[in-house]
Design a protein around this ligand. Structure first.
Ligand SMILES: [Zn+2]
Ligand SMILES: [Zn+2]
Length: 266
Protein backbone atom coordinates (compact mmCIF):
# COMPACT_ATOMS: atom_id res chain seq x y z
CA UNK A 1 0.00 0.00 0.00
CA UNK A 2 1.23 3.47 -0.90
CA UNK A 3 1.35 5.63 2.24
CA UNK A 4 2.64 8.90 0.78
CA UNK A 5 1.18 11.78 -1.20
CA UNK A 6 3.01 14.92 -2.31
CA UNK A 7 0.32 16.75 -4.28
CA UNK A 8 -2.03 18.26 -1.69
CA UNK A 9 -4.02 21.50 -1.70
CA UNK A 10 -5.42 23.15 1.44
CA UNK A 11 -7.47 26.23 2.36
CA UNK A 12 -4.33 28.30 1.73
CA UNK A 13 -5.14 27.92 -2.01
CA UNK A 14 -8.16 26.14 -3.55
CA UNK A 15 -8.50 23.14 -1.22
CA UNK A 16 -11.39 22.69 1.20
CA UNK A 17 -9.57 21.59 4.38
CA UNK A 18 -6.97 23.26 6.57
CA UNK A 19 -3.46 21.79 6.70
CA UNK A 20 -4.14 20.65 10.26
CA UNK A 21 -7.31 18.81 9.20
CA UNK A 22 -5.36 17.20 6.37
CA UNK A 23 -2.64 16.00 8.74
CA UNK A 24 -5.37 14.51 10.98
CA UNK A 25 -6.82 12.59 8.03
CA UNK A 26 -3.35 11.45 6.87
CA UNK A 27 -2.70 9.97 10.30
CA UNK A 28 -6.07 8.18 10.20
CA UNK A 29 -5.15 6.75 6.80
CA UNK A 30 -1.86 5.47 8.19
CA UNK A 31 0.25 7.69 5.94
CA UNK A 32 4.00 7.91 6.54
CA UNK A 33 4.71 10.96 4.29
CA UNK A 34 2.57 13.97 3.47
CA UNK A 35 3.65 16.73 1.10
CA UNK A 36 1.74 20.00 0.89
CA UNK A 37 1.90 21.66 -2.53
CA UNK A 38 0.01 24.95 -2.45
CA UNK A 39 -0.61 26.61 -5.80
CA UNK A 40 1.46 29.54 -6.94
CA UNK A 41 0.16 30.51 -10.36
CA UNK A 42 -1.49 33.38 -12.15
CA UNK A 43 -4.99 32.15 -11.32
CA UNK A 44 -4.60 30.56 -7.87
CA UNK A 45 -2.01 31.61 -5.34
CA UNK A 46 -1.69 32.03 -1.62
CA UNK A 47 -0.07 34.04 1.14
CA UNK A 48 3.23 32.28 0.73
CA UNK A 49 4.93 33.26 4.01
CA UNK A 50 1.87 32.33 6.09
CA UNK A 51 1.72 29.01 4.26
CA UNK A 52 5.39 28.24 4.92
CA UNK A 53 5.01 29.16 8.59
CA UNK A 54 1.95 26.94 9.11
CA UNK A 55 3.35 23.89 7.32
CA UNK A 56 6.69 24.19 9.11
CA UNK A 57 4.86 24.40 12.43
CA UNK A 58 2.96 21.18 11.64
CA UNK A 59 6.20 19.57 10.45
CA UNK A 60 7.76 20.11 13.89
CA UNK A 61 4.64 19.25 15.84
CA UNK A 62 4.08 15.88 14.13
CA UNK A 63 7.67 14.89 13.40
CA UNK A 64 7.41 11.70 15.48
CA UNK A 65 4.26 10.54 13.68
CA UNK A 66 4.57 11.47 10.01
CA UNK A 67 7.10 13.15 7.73
CA UNK A 68 5.50 16.37 6.50
CA UNK A 69 7.10 18.13 3.55
CA UNK A 70 6.49 21.70 2.55
CA UNK A 71 6.31 21.96 -1.22
CA UNK A 72 4.76 24.16 -3.85
CA UNK A 73 2.91 23.55 -7.12
CA UNK A 74 4.55 26.26 -9.16
CA UNK A 75 3.21 27.15 -12.57
CA UNK A 76 5.46 27.38 -15.61
CA UNK A 77 4.48 31.04 -16.11
CA UNK A 78 4.72 32.16 -12.49
CA UNK A 79 7.57 33.73 -10.55
CA UNK A 80 10.50 31.26 -10.20
CA UNK A 81 11.38 32.78 -6.81
CA UNK A 82 8.65 30.61 -5.25
CA UNK A 83 10.78 27.55 -5.89
CA UNK A 84 13.00 28.78 -3.06
CA UNK A 85 12.56 28.01 0.65
CA UNK A 86 10.44 24.92 -0.01
CA UNK A 87 11.32 21.24 0.35
CA UNK A 88 10.28 20.30 -3.19
CA UNK A 89 8.66 21.75 -6.30
CA UNK A 90 5.93 20.37 -8.56
CA UNK A 91 6.42 21.94 -11.98
CA UNK A 92 3.01 22.35 -13.60
CA UNK A 93 1.77 23.90 -16.82
CA UNK A 94 -1.82 25.18 -16.57
CA UNK A 95 -1.73 27.99 -19.15
CA UNK A 96 -0.47 28.81 -22.61
CA UNK A 97 1.64 31.91 -23.11
CA UNK A 98 0.02 32.93 -26.41
CA UNK A 99 -0.79 36.49 -25.32
CA UNK A 100 1.19 38.48 -22.75
CA UNK A 101 -1.93 40.50 -21.87
CA UNK A 102 -4.26 37.60 -21.04
CA UNK A 103 -4.02 34.19 -19.43
CA UNK A 104 -5.38 31.14 -21.22
CA UNK A 105 -6.03 28.17 -19.00
CA UNK A 106 -6.16 24.67 -20.51
CA UNK A 107 -7.99 23.17 -17.52
CA UNK A 108 -10.57 25.74 -16.44
CA UNK A 109 -13.49 25.02 -18.75
CA UNK A 110 -13.99 23.39 -22.17
CA UNK A 111 -15.39 26.55 -23.81
CA UNK A 112 -12.20 28.42 -22.92
CA UNK A 113 -10.09 25.76 -24.65
CA UNK A 114 -12.32 25.94 -27.74
CA UNK A 115 -11.91 29.73 -27.81
CA UNK A 116 -8.15 29.53 -27.30
CA UNK A 117 -7.80 27.04 -30.13
CA UNK A 118 -9.95 29.06 -32.49
CA UNK A 119 -8.22 32.34 -31.76
CA UNK A 120 -4.58 31.24 -31.76
CA UNK A 121 -4.32 27.90 -33.54
CA UNK A 122 -6.86 28.20 -36.36
CA UNK A 123 -8.97 25.50 -34.70
CA UNK A 124 -6.15 22.92 -34.95
CA UNK A 125 -5.95 21.11 -31.59
CA UNK A 126 -2.81 19.22 -32.58
CA UNK A 127 -1.07 22.58 -32.93
CA UNK A 128 -2.43 23.69 -29.56
CA UNK A 129 -1.12 20.52 -27.89
CA UNK A 130 2.26 20.94 -29.59
CA UNK A 131 2.51 24.50 -28.23
CA UNK A 132 1.58 23.20 -24.77
CA UNK A 133 4.34 20.56 -24.79
CA UNK A 134 6.92 23.00 -26.12
CA UNK A 135 6.14 25.33 -23.24
CA UNK A 136 6.11 22.48 -20.74
CA UNK A 137 9.56 21.29 -21.82
CA UNK A 138 10.98 24.72 -20.96
CA UNK A 139 9.83 24.63 -17.34
CA UNK A 140 13.06 23.04 -16.18
CA UNK A 141 15.07 25.98 -17.56
CA UNK A 142 13.00 28.36 -15.39
CA UNK A 143 13.19 26.71 -11.97
CA UNK A 144 14.25 23.37 -10.50
CA UNK A 145 11.39 20.85 -10.47
CA UNK A 146 11.31 17.75 -8.28
CA UNK A 147 8.55 16.29 -10.41
CA UNK A 148 6.24 17.30 -13.24
CA UNK A 149 2.58 17.74 -12.36
CA UNK A 150 -0.16 16.27 -14.60
CA UNK A 151 2.10 16.17 -17.67
CA UNK A 152 -0.77 15.96 -20.20
CA UNK A 153 -3.25 18.31 -18.50
CA UNK A 154 -3.89 19.81 -21.94
CA UNK A 155 -6.11 16.78 -22.62
CA UNK A 156 -8.33 17.36 -19.56
CA UNK A 157 -11.43 18.15 -21.64
CA UNK A 158 -10.74 15.68 -24.43
CA UNK A 159 -13.41 13.44 -22.93
CA UNK A 160 -16.09 16.03 -23.81
CA UNK A 161 -14.55 17.78 -26.80
CA UNK A 162 -12.81 14.77 -28.42
CA UNK A 163 -10.37 17.19 -29.99
CA UNK A 164 -7.36 14.93 -30.43
CA UNK A 165 -6.70 11.23 -30.81
CA UNK A 166 -4.26 10.66 -27.93
CA UNK A 167 -2.69 7.72 -29.77
CA UNK A 168 -2.06 9.71 -32.96
CA UNK A 169 1.55 10.40 -33.87
CA UNK A 170 0.75 14.11 -34.39
CA UNK A 171 -0.26 14.31 -30.75
CA UNK A 172 2.35 11.96 -29.29
CA UNK A 173 5.52 13.18 -31.07
CA UNK A 174 5.70 16.63 -29.37
CA UNK A 175 4.67 15.08 -26.03
CA UNK A 176 7.47 12.49 -26.30
CA UNK A 177 9.94 15.20 -27.18
CA UNK A 178 9.02 17.23 -24.07
CA UNK A 179 9.17 14.11 -21.91
CA UNK A 180 12.58 13.10 -23.31
CA UNK A 181 13.96 16.54 -22.50
CA UNK A 182 12.58 16.60 -18.96
CA UNK A 183 13.76 13.07 -18.19
CA UNK A 184 17.23 13.93 -19.51
CA UNK A 185 17.30 16.66 -16.84
CA UNK A 186 16.56 14.11 -14.12
CA UNK A 187 13.01 15.23 -13.35
CA UNK A 188 10.47 12.68 -12.11
CA UNK A 189 6.83 12.54 -13.27
CA UNK A 190 3.76 12.14 -11.14
CA UNK A 191 1.07 9.62 -11.93
CA UNK A 192 -1.82 11.91 -10.99
CA UNK A 193 -5.18 10.42 -9.94
CA UNK A 194 -6.98 13.80 -9.78
CA UNK A 195 -9.32 12.89 -12.69
CA UNK A 196 -9.52 9.19 -11.87
CA UNK A 197 -13.29 9.31 -11.26
CA UNK A 198 -13.55 9.80 -15.02
CA UNK A 199 -11.25 6.84 -15.51
CA UNK A 200 -8.38 9.15 -16.49
CA UNK A 201 -4.86 9.30 -15.13
CA UNK A 202 -2.13 11.76 -16.07
CA UNK A 203 -0.05 10.77 -17.98
CA UNK A 204 -2.07 8.63 -20.39
CA UNK A 205 -1.04 5.01 -20.95
CA UNK A 206 0.98 5.63 -24.18
CA UNK A 207 2.88 8.44 -22.44
CA UNK A 208 3.48 6.38 -19.32
CA UNK A 209 4.81 3.52 -21.48
CA UNK A 210 7.17 5.94 -23.18
CA UNK A 211 8.28 7.27 -19.80
CA UNK A 212 9.18 3.74 -18.74
CA UNK A 213 11.05 3.08 -22.02
CA UNK A 214 13.26 6.13 -21.57
CA UNK A 215 14.05 5.34 -17.94
CA UNK A 216 11.78 7.92 -16.27
CA UNK A 217 10.78 7.75 -12.63
CA UNK A 218 7.27 8.09 -11.18
CA UNK A 219 5.62 9.40 -8.02
CA UNK A 220 1.99 8.44 -7.46
CA UNK A 221 -0.06 11.41 -6.28
CA UNK A 222 -3.69 12.41 -5.87
CA UNK A 223 -3.78 16.18 -6.44
CA UNK A 224 -6.09 16.17 -3.41
CA UNK A 225 -8.28 19.23 -2.85
CA UNK A 226 -9.88 17.64 0.19
CA UNK A 227 -8.43 15.51 2.97
CA UNK A 228 -10.49 12.40 2.20
CA UNK A 229 -8.97 12.30 -1.31
CA UNK A 230 -5.36 12.01 -0.10
CA UNK A 231 -4.87 8.45 -1.39
CA UNK A 232 -7.72 8.41 -3.89
CA UNK A 233 -7.52 5.66 -6.52
CA UNK A 234 -3.89 4.82 -5.75
CA UNK A 235 -4.77 1.16 -6.39
CA UNK A 236 -5.72 2.13 -9.97
CA UNK A 237 -2.48 4.12 -10.40
CA UNK A 238 -0.41 1.17 -9.18
CA UNK A 239 -2.18 -1.22 -11.53
CA UNK A 240 -1.71 1.04 -14.56
CA UNK A 241 1.92 1.77 -13.68
CA UNK A 242 2.62 -1.97 -13.46
CA UNK A 243 0.90 -2.56 -16.80
CA UNK A 244 3.23 0.05 -18.28
CA UNK A 245 6.24 -1.83 -16.96
CA UNK A 246 7.05 0.02 -13.73
CA UNK A 247 8.05 -2.09 -10.74
CA UNK A 248 8.47 0.80 -8.32
CA UNK A 249 7.26 4.28 -7.47
CA UNK A 250 9.11 6.86 -5.37
CA UNK A 251 8.68 8.51 -1.99
CA UNK A 252 10.42 11.74 -1.08
CA UNK A 253 12.23 12.21 2.20
CA UNK A 254 14.24 15.17 3.40
CA UNK A 255 17.96 14.53 3.83
CA UNK A 256 20.22 17.42 4.81
CA UNK A 257 17.66 19.95 3.61
CA UNK A 258 17.14 18.32 0.21
CA UNK A 259 14.42 15.98 -1.07
CA UNK A 260 15.77 12.52 -1.70
CA UNK A 261 13.78 9.88 -3.57
CA UNK A 262 13.40 6.37 -2.22
CA UNK A 263 12.22 3.58 -4.50
CA UNK A 264 9.13 1.75 -3.25
CA UNK A 265 8.22 -1.55 -4.87
CA UNK A 266 4.70 -1.78 -6.31
ZN1 LIG B 1 -2.20 21.65 -11.23
ZN1 LIG C 1 -2.66 20.53 -8.01
Amino acid sequence: MITANYHTHSTFCDGSDTPREIVGEALKLGMTHLGFSGHMDVGVYMKFDDYLAEIKKLQREYRDNIEILCGVELDNLYDPKYSENVDYVIGSTHYLDVDPERIFSVDYKPEAVVQLCKEFFGGDYYKLCKAYYELEAKIIDKFPCTFIGHFDLVTKFNYVLHFVDETDRRYLAPAYEAMDHLVSKGVMFEVNTGQSLRGKLYPSIPLLRHLKEIGGEIIISSDAHKATDLLRKFDMAVQVAKECGFDHTNYLTMKRGKPESIQIEI
